[in-house]
Design a protein around this ligand. Structure first.
Ligand SMILES: Cc1cc2nc3c(=O)[nH]c(=O)nc-3n(C[C@H](O)[C@H](O)[C@H](O)COP(=O)(O)OP(=O)(O)OC[C@H]3O[C@@H](n4cnc5c(N)ncnc54)[C@H](O)[C@@H]3O)c2cc1C
Length: 327
């Protein structure tokens, strides 16, 4: 590991100014929990000249509900905080479940929401210093691709690593970005970009910008949600796929609104719009959930070693729809 300068930032503006000074020869990187930053440094993928510690910035670690009942999560809120917050548990159950199923208790106590959304792909070719740029996708296509994408693989076979992102896409969350130039918000689905080993991040984050907050819109009364993450083993593990469902039904039990988000199967978490259309206006039962799940996977184009993921995903979608409808 190379030696580097360490700066404890005291404000978003200070961190933004320092990060804006990053150049190819003297990279400056932000660090929150440091879980992914440290891995990438040990793997020889990141070689910063300067590390800007964001955890010393006050005021980015709160969870608040505003007058319109939107939920605001500071970027430094940990996954452990999200998974145990009473408000999140009560109103945004799919997000609480996604946070509590990510990683291990030790990691969740340190990993922050901002850092989680900005972590790099968990792809063994990407994380090997002998592969870079275009070679990564080519190695995946020809090699060990059992954990990679099954949709839009022509764009990239890599998948976004964040599992809380799947729930955030289902809730239609917005991300707040701040810099010395000001701040703006962007929809989570526009913020997350397809992994590209040729870039230094997989998100619509400009140099010098800090992710400061994630906002979940207020949910109409009666909204139900569920989340499932399918892993190979029951102990902590990265997912084969994960699914979040947010739905609301009318007094006649017909679905009035629904969002189904699928993670770890496409470059970024994707909405299963055909499945949503099948359920909208109808009652949810075993048969409807089965038809919706089948439609959701009908356009999958698996790689050479991950056709099994199509069947796994179909089952997980069906079960998560039924979970959400019985909450
Ligand atoms: C054993 C294990 C299992 C895991 N399982 C899962 C899992 O199931 N699901 C899952 O989602 N993750 C999983 N992870 C990954 C872990 O959750 C992430 O590494 C962690 O969430 C990253 O958060 P962090 O705060 O440590 O980010 P850091 O490592 O500090 O930062 C990550 C990236 O974000 C940037 N960054 C951080 N905060 C900001 C900010 N506010 N503004 C701008 N840039 C910022 C950094 O520059 C860096 O590029 C696992 C990790 C391990 C070790």
């Amino acid at each position: 590991m190379n030696s580097f300068e360490w700066i404890d930032a005291s404000s978003v503006d200070e961190a933004s100014r320092l990060l804006a000074e990053s150049t190819h020869d003297r990279p400056v990187i932000a660090k929150a929990g440091g879980m992914d930053v440290l891995d990438l440094m040990k793997e020889g993928i990141l070689r910063p000249a300067r590390v800007v510690n964001l955890r010393t910035i006050q005021g980015l670690d709160g969870i608040q509900t505003d007058a319109s009942r939107s939920l605001h999560l500071g970027a430094l809120v940990t996954l452990a905080q999200i998974s145990s917050d009473p408000n999140v548990l009560k109103h945004y159950g799919a997000l609480a479940a996604a946070a509590s199923h990510a990683a291990t208790p030790q990691v969740r106590n340190v990993a922050t929401l901002g850092g989680n959304l900005l972590q790099r792909p968990r792809c063994w070719y990407f994380r090997h210093e002998h592969f870079s740029g275009e070679d990564v996708a080519e190695a995946v296509r020809q090699g060990e691709n059992q954990y990679h994408g099954i949709f839009a693989t022509e764009q990239t076979p890599l998948v976004h690593a964040s599992t809380p992102a799947t729930a955030l896409v289902a809730y239609d969350a917005r991300v707040q970005l701040s810099s010395v130039r000001g701040q703006h918000t962007v929809a989570i689905s526009d913020f997350l970009l397809p992994p590209d080993p040729g870039r230094d991040r997989d998100a619509a984050l400009q140099q010098g910008e800090i992710l400061t907050q994630v906002t979940l819109p207020a949910l109409a009364d009666g909204t139900q949600s569920a989340y499932r993450k399918q892993t190979e083993r029951d102990s902590y593990d990265w997912p084969l796929c994960d699914v979040a469902v947010v739905l609301r039904r009318g007094s006649d039990a017909r679905v009035e609104s629904i969002a189904i988000a699928l993670g770890w199967v496409a470059p970024t978490p994707m909405r299963a719009t055909e499945a949503e259309a099948i359920l909208l206006g109808h009652r949810v039962d075993e048969e409807a959930a089965r038809r919706a799940a089948r439609a959701a996977v009908s356009k999958a184009k698996p790689l050479s070693r991950n056709a099994y993921k199509v069947d796994v995903l179909e089952a997980v979608i069906r079960r998560t729809i039924l979970d959400a409808a019985t909450r």
